[in-house]
Design a protein around this ligand. Sequence first.
Ligand SMILES: Cc1ncc(C[n+]2csc(CCOP(=O)(O)OP(=O)(O)O)c2C)c(N)n1
Ligand SMILES: [Mg+2]
Length: 646
Amino acid sequence: MSTVRLTVGQAVVRFLAHQWSERDGRRQRLFAGCLGIFGHGNVAGIGQALLQEELGDGDLPYVLARNEQAMVHTAVAYARQQDRLRTWACTASVGPGSTNMLTGAALATINRLPVLLLPSSTFATRAAAPLLQELEQPHAGDLTVNDAFRPLSRFYDEVRRPEQLPSVLLAAMRVLTDPADTGAVTISLPQDVQAEAHDWPVELFADRTHHVARPPAEPARIAQAAEIIRSAHRPMIIAGGGVHHSGAEDALGALCATTGIPVGETQAGKGSLLHGNPQLMGAVGSTGTTAANALAAHADVVIGIGTRYQDFTTASRTAFAAEGVRFVNLNIASVDAVKHSGLTVVGDARESLTALTAALEGWSVDDEHRAEQARLWAEWDAQVEAAYRPSPQVTDALADGLLTQGEVLGAVNELTDPRDVVLCAAGSMPGDLHKTWRVRDRRAYHVEYGYSCMGYEVPASLGIRWADPTREVFAMVGDGGYLMMPTELVTAVQERTKVVVVLVQNHGFHSIGSLSESLGSQRFGTAYRERGAGSGRLDGDTLPVDLAANARSLGCRVIEVHDRPGLEEAVREARAAPADGGPVVIHVETDPLVHAPDSASWWDVPVSEVGQLESTREAHAEYLRHKARQRAHLTPVDDGSGHTHN
Ligand SMILES: Cc1ncc(C[n+]2csc(CCOP(=O)(O)OP(=O)(O)O)c2C)c(N)n1
Ligand SMILES: [Mg+2]
């Protein structure tokens, strides 16, 4: 057996540079590179190996990030934009460097997006324990802070001896490239083990191609699904992120065109059908459109495609309200397919949709249903138009220099190219985007709403841009989200990565402020105010922060906007900025009290059962009214054959 002598760090890097993914015959490098921040835990192990790689073949480029949480966001956004076929590795030092990645790990796993995390760990030999940054738990000597990755990762292992590495690497690649299993994949590397040499079989470093499968559903399940749908009068499709991951948009469009079944979209599934498609009813659920939610309320068969049925999608299980509603779930992950006691159609979304379209040949919803869809959509679209172009009644009431959030979204939507990607994650904008954004390209909508993580936007914008430099990226960031993680703007400057950040300044939490008010908590602690000299409460003057100056200080080009024409000009100018000129930040102030159109839907957030405040008591009474509508969806599906299924 011929062998090659390398450190564990060198072996990891060489192995990663030889991994490929393949789907539909298209083969590409699985790892675009390695993001990292060095400390004593990885500088001489993985760090030394990355240097050798950069000076040698250069197949695993290194990018220095600013914050470990952020670099995971960058990697995950890249993976989502690449339909989960490519990703990045992330290396971090011992202790805080590694645990900073925990939030990113949770986000990746919840959104089912692949990322390889390489946290470093304290000496396996424990020769000089306890070390700087070592946990030292008295009850468990083998426990390290990296064990905190276990509940957040789809795969976790620690390489304590070099001999363990080959099997760990192969198992990790399997999970990364398995569409039903993917998420954060974590390999903990003790700092001494990274630097330890070993004689590796040369075959470990052969090119390896990981096939990303499209398993078809069982034909009998497709037949049962078709039977159930044929018996429906008011079927409806819920399109989730799986439609995008599988590249099933055309297959979905074909099914809808022939059958006339309307579609409501989740955040991750938005863009499954493009704006203007007659079956597209837009967002469904808590942040849904009146059109999709009206159809959901009376749907007798709900066909979930690639959806996790998260509470925003189901309006906390109040959206699908018809007596006897049945669910048919097309999903590659059985954990999702079983939800709501639906008929489980486990398989690739594109394959299942194609098979289902054939099985439904000759069947369609009736003309009345199609006409109702058209009417409902026209009603909703008029509301979007009004949000995009608020009437003088609304705008005249605004303080000088303030815009509404609706007009900011409208201007960006209308002045960007259909292929430009809009990006968001937390605050009030994800809901507004879900409701009102007109998607004109399947890859052009990127809202992270599995973890809804403040701070995702800026680092994610880099990943999206790197995934496809032919598209402009517009990151919509609230002032709260910006303050949480503006740091990767510096990385964008370093890499000359052009991203456009639209920084929506409303001096606090528009989102949680309204939520607080609706739950009887009177917007407590949601505005960025000084502590009042007299009151001792956070109700003093607006904080004198200047986020435009902040962005400028990080090396960004900044355009400050004070009115609608200024905003329109800024969007044009930002689009026209040089492709390798680094980040552009548009700073715009908005009024946090003007809301997007409402669909009277609900989201279950508990209200204090007792309280001294009248506002709390009123909110609790209202809460109980909504709570009474919540459904369990426990009835097994009956396909008419006398058997019930799940
Ligand atoms: C990391 C993180 N912490 C807290 C929250 C809870 N949260 C959701 S939205 C929000 C406020 C966001 O403020 P901003 O970015 O200014 O957006 P706005 O609500 O003003 O639109 C908070 C605190 C979260 N989603 N993520
Ligand atoms: Mg804000």
